[in-house]
Ligand binder design. Structure first.
Ligand SMILES: *Cc1c(COP(=O)(O)O)cnc(C)c1O
Length: 403
């Protein structure tokens, strides 16, 4: 059983100990309860459990002790009343939005969203009679102008993918609340360590645990963090009855990921800052966007609402798509992949992969150019990463000059 701490603990401690439930064997590491269901001592006990009169588990679609440990640890570090884990980050986004929205409702979302999140608000919601308005997330007037009497949810991610734009969460939460709506924030890029949307006024936070929380490229997972009231009124029954539940095995892997989250994210962010500065100094690089550099367009908002930079760096090279491909293909340590938050450094060419589905006009609107690359910085020695990038950039320039 978990014991209630006698004083408030800091996040790095909660990441290691938070939510731990010990079985009768008093194991050190969290136990993996790889079970679908649970047995009852009597028919009366089963009846009481289904009436919610007796505490305990029934079926792992509704709850499982290993999943509970992951949820409780996440709620502690996020400062949320409750958390619900899901099979993927997209299942978390889908559950947070669709548990709250009904036909006739309206949602306002920032245009710069992870591709599948944009699909949910732009394509899926309208099929079920939920209207959607997309706005430039950095422009508060656009958020205000989009509000309608039937607006129920405002939705954004910050920093955004891939251009690392940062939005004023407190101001947008205020706009939501004035309209009687809620603000849902996808906090993947900031991680729970560098930004606490609930403390800034947001109502619901979602994560893809696939990213930094696992951080070692193994399991998919997601989590929704919210108030008890939101859970009881909207989320609980939606997850229980539609079944996007997290596997206990994945919850166990992700719990072990949380133990090292602070160490990994802090080191990856330090590496990313060094890489960003090295990129900015290279003549083949036409632009670097890094939250943490003084030249970031929203540096003032970052200083106000974030406590750290990012393990991601966005940069643009000369020569458009050919230039970007030459750089990506010239790398030896950094691998080409659409994933992020991993111990391994990964590079993505958004316009031909993650953001390929968007029209060229939509990409232009988001500032996603053909020469743009998104780099997720890992745990390698930063000097090796810088050498790898400089080598690829220099070789790319020679190719461009020869053509
Ligand atoms: C990866 C990601 C998601 C989706 O998560 P999955 O675990 O892949 O389903 C949602 N939002 C953001 C910002 C992401 O990076």
């Amino acid at each position: 059983m978990s014991t209630t701490p006698s004083r408030r603990r800091r996040p790095a401690t909660d990441l290691v100990h938070g939510g731990t439930l010990r079985s009768q064997f008093n194991e050190t590491s969290e136990a993996l309860f790889l079970t679908q269901g649970f047995v009852y001592g009597s028919a009366e006990e089963a009846e009481a459990r289904f009436l919610n009169l007796s505490p305990g588990y029934q079926y792992s679609r509704f709850g499982n002790p290993t999943v509970t440990m992951f949820e409780d640890r996440m709620a502690l570090i996020e400062g949320a009343e409750v958390a619900r884990a899901t099979a993927t980050g997209m299942a978390a986004v889908n559950a947070a939005l669709l548990s709250r929205l009904s036909a006739g409702d309206h949602v306002v979302a920032a245009k710069a969203l992870f591709g599948s999140c944009r699909y949910i608000v732009e394509d899926l919601c309208p099929r079920f009679g939920i209207a959607c308005t997309l706005v430039d997330g950095a422009d508060l007037d656009q958020w205000r102008a989009a509000i309608r009497p039937e607006t129920r949810v405002l939705f954004l991610e910050s920093p955004t993918n891939p251009t690392l734009e940062v939005y004023d969460i407190a101001a947008i939460a205020e706009i939501a609340h004035a309209a009687g709506a809620i603000l849902v924030v996808d906090n993947v890029f900031a991680t729970p360590l560098f930004q606490s949307p609930l403390k800034l006024g947001a109502d619901v936070v979602v994560y893809s645990a696939t990213k930094h929380i696992d951080g070692q490229g193994r399991c998919l997972g997601g989590v929704v963090l919210c108030s008890k009231a939101f859970l009881e009124k909207y989320l609980q029954v939606f997850i229980r009855q539609t079944g996007p539940s997290m596997s206990p095995f994945n919850a166990w892997v992700l719990l072990k990921g949380l133990e090292t989250l602070a160490v990994r994210v802090e080191r990856q962010t330090r590496n990313a800052a060094l890489v960003a500065d090295a990129l900015a100094a290279h003549p083949a690089v036409t632009k670097v966007i890094y939250p943490g550099r003084a030249d970031h367009p929203q540096a003032a908002t970052i200083a106000r609402q974030m406590t750290g930079g990012s393990s991601l760096v966005c940069f643009e090279v000369a020569g458009g798509k050919a230039g970007a491909f030459a750089v990506a293909n010239g790398l030896e340590i950094i691998r080409i992949s659409n994933n992020l938050g991993d111990a391994k450094s990964l590079i993505t060419h958004p316009s031909t992969t993650t953001h390929q589905r968007l029209t060229p006009e939509a990409r232009a609107e988001l500032g996603i150019t053909d020469g743009m690359l998104r780099l997720s910085v890992g745990l390698e020695d930063p000097d090796d990463l810088v050498e790898d990038l400089i080598g690829a950039l220099d070789a790319g320039r020679l190719v461009a000059a020869a053509e």
